[in-house]
Design a binder for this molecule. Structure first.
Ligand code: FMN
Length: 175
């Protein structure tokens, strides 16, 4: 990528991945990048569960009734979670880490999609987070924000069209 602008313009959610695996160099790049995410007061409350076992990823795809099935074809799923005792703004810290992962993936020519977990149900009365905690042996006190699905894109989606940007949402000097 030639610039951050191009990176942002080309990052679109990918929901279908090829069978090609993520190389160890790509994985190392993603994991080193995410650990450079800024966090409030440098409290770094996050924890990341890197899942490459396809059977486990298949089970993660059932975390929610809607919106998690895209994980089915992903060769890599990274669960972004945090210890809320370490930061009162762990949601923000995890969100920044999640988008760092997505932008790092795009920088490597890979596709990605955010799967929202915090505040979502697995099925009536059961939180998606509790389903994942059980599956991945995540301690009860850890909160889960998202799962980032990453893999090789089946096809590239068109980049953002600058002519369609919501420029009316930008307010100069006063709202
Ligand atoms: C906080 C957040 C939660 C999201 N949750 C999901 C999700 O659970 N499932 C899904 O398929 N996409 C999810 N997405 C992806 C959005 O649907 C997508 O980013 C949006 O439609 C814009 O499309 P684009 O990413 O291709 O630009 C989420 C994105 C964000 C930022």
């Amino acid at each position: 990528m030639s610039s951050f602008y191009n990176l942002a313009q080309n990052r679109r959610s990918t929901r279908k991945f090829t069978e090609e695996a993520i190389s160890s160099a790509q994985l190392e790049n993603l994991l080193h990048t995410v650990l450079m995410s800024p966090a409030s007061k440098s409290s770094n409350p996050w924890e990341f569960v890197v899942v490459q076992n396809l059977k486990t990823i298949e089970q993660l795809a059932s975390a929610k009734a809607h919106g998690s099935t895209l994980l089915k074809t992903a060769p890599l799923a990274i669960v972004v979670c945090a210890d809320p005792q370490k930061s009162d703004v762990w949601v923000e810290d995890c969100s920044i880490a999640s988008i760092y992962l997505q932008l790092a993936a795009e920088d490597l020519g890979l596709g990605s999609c955010w799967v929202q977990i915090r505040g979502r149900e697995h099925e009536s009365g059961i939180l998606a987070a509790d389903y994942i905690k059980k599956l991945l042996n995540i301690p009860a006190h850890i909160e889960i924000e998202s799962i980032i699905a990453i893999g090789h894109k089946v096809e590239s989606r068109p980049p953002f069209n600058p002519e369609k940007l919501l420029l009316e949402r930008i307010h100069h000097e006063i709202f």
